[in-house]
Design a protein around this ligand. Structure first.
Ligand code: AMP
Ligand code: ZN
Length: 480
């Protein structure tokens, strides 16, 4: 059997991946909080784990992998939008408007991630649909003395699991207290104790619970959904490395204590951050742009995917214009008419050369290098099969045409900008001619534009110069 090697955060080592049950390999990825459009950084875990999902299915079989990615739809920022809409006179109850905001954001998320060629997970649970399971898990933790209720809150008692808490990020409870910015609250026994349930303010919806009307904390959501859909122990748990502490530590503490197990997931994988000038791209820092911003600027989703996958997932990366240009250039080559001719319908399997680097802790960069080699050596059939497996287009005539059309639009736009200068000059000459009644300069200038494939329109607002398909910039005389 083919062996996948993965860097396990838990052991800080590259390990052979051995699933609990090869007939059902199970993976959980922490998904987005659905209050607004996803920024480009949010797409990084989606794309990295999309490739891992594809690889697992390739090795263990399409039907033998279960991939879960949740939606966190309990969040103050979702509530705020709903409250604003209600204040502005929107119809419906606050609950309905909250639901509407989550639905709208989930719809955008799907649209954007689909455009990046990410396959949808098998399950996409919404936190609000698993409240009963969360409450049951919390009750269980209280019964086992791992948690306590205080002032409408329920907190996990880290001292009840002190020897284990912090093992993922390699910190002890005492170190954490020394270094962390934790919320100090009078009802906490230990400042590191974290909230699993909290009261809902009167003006916001909540759920009935043994501790009063309230809502779950973020960490218990993932513990409950993972248990429900993947079982008490499963194979792979992923997310960005910003989630390692406290989110993942807390998930582990809750799940292991509630389920009486010593592990939640056997392999923990964390992607590094997408950065902007050395800082994590994030909404709170305001240094972000969304996936939709790029798509709307005309950057094809396939190009975004190519750029995002070109840096190893455990290295920080920047989005740059140069990387975009290079990715576009490569995809143009892989989809040009020469390659399109090699499309064969029957075999969709990737080539061994491309799978090999992926087995080594998802060396996607190495896999892409193999694709470049295949193109260079004109092994087009292999290129198409292997690129398609990675979700990248190759031998796709329709995609090539899209790139061509895009290029034309870009050129069109550039030509339009360029010609504004010539239209201005023509207006100037016309103004002078009106005075002198000598139109010869206007006529020869117009002729020069026509010869360069530029249509001239004279309206009340003045002259307009429009490029036609014969537009040839080199035929325009340089002007002072
Ligand atoms: P959030 O909605 O902020 O909880 O993030 C959803 C997912 O995106 C989590 O797995 C985060 O780790 C990940 N994430 C957030 N910001 C970045 C970033 N700049 N680069 C890579 N991953 C990120
Ligand atoms: Zn999570």
């Amino acid at each position: 059997m083919t062996t996948i090697k993965l860097h396990n955060t838990k052991t800080r080592k590259r390990e052979d991946f051995v699933p609990i049950d090869p007939k059902n390999v199970r993976m959980y990825l922490c998904g987005p909080t659905v209050y607004d459009r996803a920024h480009l950084g949010n797409a990084r875990p989606v794309l990295v784990f999309d490739v891992l999902n594809r690889l697992l299915r390739h090795v263990y079989g399409e039907e033998h992998v279960t991939y879960v990615r949740n939606f966190t739809d309990v969040d103050d920022r979702i509530n705020e939008t709903a409250q604003k809409r209600k204040a502005a006179g929107a119809e419906g109850t606050l609950e309905e408007l909250i639901h509407e905001r989550s639905n709208e954001t989930i719809h955008w998320y799907h649209e954007d991630m689909d455009a990046l060629g990410a396959r949808r997970p098998d399950h996409e649970p919404r936190a609000t649909e698993y409240i009963a399971q969360m409450i049951a898990m919390i009750e269980d933790l209280i019964a086992k003395d791992h948690a306590y209720a205080a002032e409408g809150h329920v907190l996990f008692a880290v001292d009840s699991w002190k020897e284990h808490y912090g093992s993922l990020s390699g910190r002890s409870v005492d170190d954490m207290i020394a270094g962390a910015r934790v919320e100090v609250a009078p009802y906490k026994r230990n400042p590191m104790d974290f909230v699993m349930w909290k009261p809902s303010p009167d003006d916001l919806p909540g759920w009935d619970s043994p501790w009063g009307k309230g809502r779950p904390g973020w960490h218990i959501e993932c513990s409950a959904m993972a248990k429900e859909l993947l079982g008490e122990q499963f194979d792979i748990h992923g997310g960005g490395n910003d989630l390692m502490f406290p989110h993942h530590e807390n998930e582990i503490a809750q799940s292991c204590c509630a389920n009486d197990t010593d592990t939640m997931a056997n392999y923990w994988l964390h992607n590094e951050m997408l950065q902007v000038e050395g800082k994590k791209m994030s909404k709170s820092l305001g240094n972000f742009f969304t996936v939709r911003d790029l798509l709307d600027q005309g950057v094809p989703g396939e190009v975004i995917r190519f750029v995002m996958l070109s840096t190893h997932y455990r290295k920080p990366m920047d989005w740059t214009e140069k990387k975009r240009e290079e990715a576009e250039k490569t995809l143009r080559l892989w989809n040009d008419p020469d390659v399109v001719g090699f499309v064969t319908a029957h075999d969709k399997k990737p080539d061994r050369d491309v799978v090999e680097p992926l087995l080594n802790d998802l060396n996607i960069h190495g896999a892409i290098a193999e694709l470049h080699k295949m193109y260079k050596e004109e092994r087009f059939e292999q290129l198409i099969r292997s690129a398609t497996f990675l979700g990248l287009p190759a031998g796709n005539g329709e995609f090539f045409m899209r790139l061509k059309a895009l290029e034309q639009t870009q050129n069109w736009h550039e030509a339009g900008e360029e010609l504004k200068f010539y239209a201005g000059k023509l207006n100037e000459l016309r103004g002078e001619a009106m005075q002198t009644k000598d139109f010869s300069a206007v006529d020869s200038f117009r002729k020069m534009l026509l010869d360069a494939g530029v249509e001239v329109k004279i309206t009340k607002a003045g002259a307009e110069a429009i490029p036609t398909s014969d537009y040839d910039h080199s035929k325009l005389e340089p002007l002072e």
